[in-house]
Write a protein that binds this ligand. Sequence first.
Ligand code: PLP
Length: 475
Amino acid sequence: MAKPSSDRPLRPATLLVRGGQMRSNYDETAETLYLTSGFVYDSARQAEQTFTGEVTHFQYSRFGNPTVQMLESRIAALEGAEACRATPTGMAAVHGALLSHLKAGDRVVAARALFGSCHWIISTLLPRYGIETEFVDGADLEQWKAAFRRPCQLVLLETPSNPMLELVDLKAVCDMAHEAGAIVVVDNVFATPLLQKPMKFGADVVVYSATKHFDGQGRVLGGAVLGSKKWVEEVLQPFLRNTGAAISPFNAWVILKGLETLHLRVHAMCRSAAAIAQMLEERAEIARVFYPYLASHPQYALAKQQMSAGGTLVSFALKGGKEAAFRFMDALRVIDISNNLGDSKSLITHPATTTHMRVAAEERARLGITDGALRLSVGLEDVEDLVEDIAAALDAVAGNPAPRRKPLAKLVAEEAAAPVKSAPVKPAPVKAAAAKAPKAAAPKPAAPPATAAKPARRKAAEPDLFPEPAPRRKR
Ligand SMILES: Cc1ncc(COP(=O)(O)O)c(C=O)c1O
């Protein structure tokens, strides 16, 4: 990357576009996709020197690859970390960070509110290898304090947590953990490096699912582990290299290009999420809304201290339990049902029956994952369309006729095949701010209303997408 003219550090939006780029001799504009499994050497001597470490040369894409290295450098620059290793998935990042550091006889303390697979690693996998594990309520500093009375080698936590957006006081827990001799690993997926920098509060290692906001367009899986140069090179890298957790250069390239718009996407999604959280708070069908930047969040003050915005996810609990939750989800037209998050498309999840299904019912209850709880990942659609979609689905829960679920993609296809109205009907404006959200918007009709008198065929109304080419000028 070209050096800035002064020593002033570059801002996140610039780092996301320029960080880590290594141009080849061809001076290409975009980052190059080095889709190769291996590399060749000029001589046997160079191969030998590469393996002894006397010469720096790519060897094999399981160990390192130029496209992957560009991704790692870009993520490290954004996080402000000394080093980064990209992994094929977020779970490979969590697993790699933990297993590379731990050995039989060690002890791990983790916040109870973890993503389902992370919870499984702590509760089921690590004990199989003679590692003692203990869960604490992440929000309760007294429980952390009690857990650190005994020696501990590693702490794992998520803040905000998946799915109920509970926070952990990063500074307080990191201080206590370090005194007990532990390193702190923070899964920062929900906050993204743009909204929260765990290392600023003392975290030693930060992990990401790059599948989420980094790609953020539903295309590829990926992950990242960040830490000090020493820890990454001496502890993490030998584990990843020898156990095979290598990301495909193609996926790394897609994520690199995804990062270029991370800043724009995350901030737009946060604005919509905040508006939706406020709108949900006003609805009678909802028992509780969880969003870190809502004044009603029990850790609102902490959210303001360690996050620069409330995030792209909103969780809420419907009053009618699983039946109401399913009815709500099935009535949504724009928002898709999916267990993914951090995507440009808004996605709704019922954690109790999907992402957290394998967490014991008792534990789910402790985490507040009730049968009525839903997690909404807010995307990049027009916030007014999202507010209308949610309002209509809540009306369906309240007893108004529940429209049969018809995802937007199908509606769009139907719309394309249907006759168009002769004059476009302007929908009534809906304010993004919650207070002004429609209280009882009717479900959207699937087809144009019957008032479309004497419809013109769509063909006539459409612009000509394939005009005759203009005659070529003679040279
Ligand atoms: C908080 C959190 N951590 C880790 C993961 C795992 O990421 P991946 O699916 O890329 O393995 C997820 C996935 O949803 C997650 O939400």
